[in-house]
Design a binder for this molecule. Structure first.
Ligand code: ADP
Length: 210
């Protein structure tokens, strides 16, 4: 199964991706996580993308396509994968189709901007395992500590009001056209991002089958 998750920042893509990989044993490919790892390690690529990411803009299509092209060749992708944060532009989607034929389903988690902006600023992320929490709606069991691996949680550099607004604008301009792109292919499954984490998971499982 080859799945794509789309949705504005903080729509809940990462959270749902974790449920999906558990159930369907898919490789999880988050381009945001991959880039953040490069930034944390201070690699040449990391240095190149650091300020672009912090400002809420997108890194270049060529760069991200090259990364994904390599990643999907890995062994763990043989049974299928879930892409979170890629494609983010129609050019990236076209390239993905070229690389893999076509995706099976694209899940679009739809959420209004005002809710997303509140979630973005309340979000806490584990720098080690990538788990995300929300101080208001999905707090960790012990404040500031990751439930999964016990690491101290941080706020992402781009989880501020300013960068959050820029990321939402970027989403509407550059990524929202993907909804029409996948709808035209008959691959789109749209789910209401306001109906609660468990209900969203149930709706997705119902669509994908047991
Ligand atoms: P979000 O929480 O906004 O969904 P991600 O963690 O997926 O964010 O990505 C963080 C940042 O990494 C993006 O704002 C962008 O700068 C960069 N990025 C990630 N994936 C892509 C992509 N497919 N194309 C271009 N830039 C990307």
């Amino acid at each position: 199964m080859k799945l794509v998750l789309i949705g504005a920042p903080a729509a809940g893509k990462g959270t749902q991706a974790r449920k999906l990989i558990e159930k369907y044993h898919l490789a999880y490919i988050s381009t945001g996580d991959m880039l953040r790892e490069e930034v944390a390690k201070g690699t040449e690529l990391g240095l190149k993308v650091k300020s672009i990411m912090a400002s809420g803009s997108l890194v270049s299509d060529d760069l991200i396509i090259a990364i994904v092209k390599e990643r999907i060749k890995a062994d763990d992708c043989k049974n299928g994968f879930i892409l979170d944060g890629f494609p983010r532009t129609v050019v990236q989607a076209e390239k993905l189709d070229e690389l893999i034929g076509s995706v099976d389903t694209t899940i679009y988690i739809k959420c209004p901007d005002d809710v997303l902006l509140k979630r973005i600023t309340a979000r806490q992320t584990c720098p080690k395992c990538g788990a995300t929490y929300n101080k208001i709606s999905v707090p960790s069991k012990v404040a500031g500590i990751c439930d999964v691996c016990g690491t101290k949680l941080v706020q992402r550099k781009d989880d501020t009001i300013e960068a959050g607004k820029a990321r939402l604008a970027t989403f509407h301009q550059q990524s929202e056209p993907l909804v029409a792109y996948y709808k035209a292919q008959g691959k789109l499954f749209e789910v209401d991002g306001l109906m609660g984490l468990d209900n969203i998971t149930k709706a997705i499982f119902a669509r994908l089958g047991e």
